[in-house]
Design a protein around this ligand. Structure first.
Ligand SMILES: [Zn+2]
Length: 310
């Protein structure tokens, strides 16, 4: 007999699993006072031995805040910690920059500089192909982790450099669904783009830099010199790297031109907001002093201490 179509289903919580491929990864949070430097070595309160770290960030130069230890799929431990940093004086950063996120380069700026992410992990990708064909599961996992880490490292360094250098940053709002037909690794691109925008957002907020995402529609087709829509369009237009404006005759690099359009639109929006709220604009001026910046993230912890933590 039917019970009126209502199905009673028990909701199960996933239990913490300590082994196998679906095990829960380790995570040990700590408060700001837990880490201390003594004689050039980093100590965690409650442990006699110093932490064994690959300290590529030079943590001893910073005042350390709260953070956590986290484990990745390979069972390696990482230290994530906030650090106190001195703010750059605002008058050193008066320039504005536009950034076009793309496929050929990870991003291109309105100054024509490419930001190439792949260069840092292309060598791992070749090795990954070899390991995948040989069905070396551990090696594949290790290489995936390396690619992920170097990509994250690249995004952090690139976003920090931009925020240090500029007073206003505008970035295109491109998302992977717009690239549905290109057959690229959409999830990878999407994750990289959104992570980069998130980093730019919080680093800009913290440094008092004006940051905005700008509509990128027609940015590759609009001439950044005369504003006419004379650039390449349609599916064939994707392959065009350079084009000449039929109206004003200027030769454009496709992505640099797009970044310039992003910059122009960003500045227009910024001006409009200044005009709308005259007098309130100073609220966005950075306050000189110090602020917290999640600058150092994912610092590998060497296994001796990991055993003590895990
Ligand atoms: Zn033109």
């Amino acid at each position: 007999m039917s019970r009126g179509g209502v199905q009673a289903r028990k909701v199960k919580l996933r239990r913490r699993v300590s082994s196998g491929s679906r095990r829960s990864l380790g995570w040990v949070p700590f408060k700001a006072s837990a880490l201390r430097f003594r004689n050039g070595q980093l100590f965690m309160s409650g442990f006699d031995r110093p932490l064994s770290l690959w300290d590529s960030y030079g943590l001893s130069g910073y005042e350390l805040g709260a953070g956590c230890f986290s484990e990745d799929a390979r069972g390696r431990w990482y230290l994530n910690v906030t650090v106190k940093v001195k703010k750059v004086e605002p008058q050193q950063r008066r320039s504005a920059i536009g950034i076009d996120l793309g496929l050929k380069d990870f991003a291109k700026t309105s100054h024509g500089e490419p930001l190439e992410a792949q260069r840092f992990y292309r060598r791992y990708e070749a090795a990954l192909g070899v390991a995948q064909r040989a069905r070396q599961k551990k090696r594949v996992a290790a290489l995936h982790a390396k690619i992920k880490n170097s990509r994250k490292d690249f995004l952090h360094k690139a976003s920090t450099a931009l925020v240090r250098k500029h007073g206003a940053i505008f970035v295109s709002n491109v998302n992977a669904s717009a690239l549905a037909r290109t057959g690229m690794a959409k999830s990878v691109l999407d994750a990289g783009w959104s992570a980069f925008r998130t980093m730019l957002q919080y680093k800009s907020d913290d440094a008092g830099v004006w940051f905005e995402e700008v509509d990128e529609r027609y940015s590759t087709q609009t001439c950044s010199c005369c504003g006419s829509r004379t650039g390449p369009s349609g599916p064939t237009g994707l392959a065009v790297r350079e084009w000449t404006c039929a109206l004003c005759g200027v030769l454009h690099d496709r992505d640099t031109n797009a970044a310039r359009i992003i910059l122009q639109r960003g500045l227009e929006r910024m001006e409009a907001q200044f005009a709308a709220g005259a007098g309130q604009a100073t609220a966005n001026e950075p306050i000189a002093g110090v602020g917290r910046d999640p600058l150092a993230e994912g610092i590998p912890v060497v296994s001796a201490t990991a055993a003590a933590l895990g």
